[in-house]
Design a protein around this ligand. Sequence first.
Ligand SMILES: NC(=O)C1=CN([C@@H]2O[C@H](COP(=O)(O)OP(=O)(O)OC[C@H]3O[C@@H](n4cnc5c(N)ncnc54)[C@H](OP(=O)(O)O)[C@@H]3O)[C@@H](O)[C@H]2O)C=CC1
Ligand SMILES: O=C(O)C1=N[C@H](C(=O)O)C[C@H](O)C1
Length: 268
Amino acid sequence: MSQLKVVVAGAAGRMGAANIRAITEHPDTVLHAALDRDGSEAIGQDAGTLAGLPACGISITSDAEKALAEADAVIDFTTPGASVMLSKLTSGRKLVHVIGTTGCSIDDDAEIAAAAEAGARIVKSGNFSLGVNMLAALVRQAAAALEDYDIEVLEMHHSRKVDAPSGTALLLGKAAAAGRDVDLEERSVRVRDGHVGPREAGSIGFATLRGGTVVGEHSVILAGPHERIELTHRAEDRGIFANGAVKAALWAAGKDNGLYSMADVLGL
Ligand SMILES: NC(=O)C1=CN([C@@H]2O[C@H](COP(=O)(O)OP(=O)(O)OC[C@H]3O[C@@H](n4cnc5c(N)ncnc54)[C@H](OP(=O)(O)O)[C@@H]3O)[C@@H](O)[C@H]2O)C=CC1
Ligand SMILES: O=C(O)C1=N[C@H](C(=O)O)C[C@H](O)C1
């Protein structure tokens, strides 16, 4: 089998570097191009060097059309606007598009779904690690079994993170809502401030912490009478997300166009 030719979007970012390393280390993938924002200081720099590897001869570009030419797949951890723009390009070319970007609005998600419908093979997830996707399956089970327990999702990330709640917190909230057979949009309480009154039964609460260099920590707390269950995942290295993204790209290469999740990739 020939190697999957993968473009990294957001190449100069925290996840971009991890993705370049994961693609370089996997025997079935090869770095095809590295893309970042027009005007970024990283444009023109060697993608390997920027990722802490030996120089690889691929310069970071802001020309998306050029980067995608002859490519098989894009691994994209950027911003909502960039992911929507790229989904239109991957759709026209019928490419694999792995989207790790979080903080997408309902409208952004609708545009991404339309791109998948039109031709792209998109895998989108708020978290590409095996551990978090396993945790989501456990949360769904616990939420269904402990139907009267109060559910709260707590997350902490590094100080540079720009969206809240995290994509993972929302993924875990959705898993809890699915276990209860309710709609998360109708039940979630994202912020509490001031005299908010007692907790509404059946709601799913979110709490956000930011600071330091925390890669990502999530707890789902199920609180009942005189006892509490806490299901926790702690990410220690961004390589867990990057390895999952590479796995998703290889998996989607054999699929029809459509919108898939990491749970689909892992068969959970
Ligand atoms: N699903 C998952 O498993 C994970 C998801 N994430 C998510 O991935 C995203 C990126 O995270 P992280 O790497 O920490 O963030 P960074 O800010 O470090 O990286 C994002 C990169 O994308 C670049 N970028 C911005 N606009 C464009 C554009 N139009 N085209 C190409 N590149 C662009 C940024 O450039 P510049 O800085 O110059 O603007 C930056 O280099 C976030 O949404 C985060 O929540 C993170 C980890 C795991
Ligand atoms: O921005 C991050 O760093 C992370 N973002 C993802 C999220 O929003 O859940 C995944 C991971 O926790 C790291």
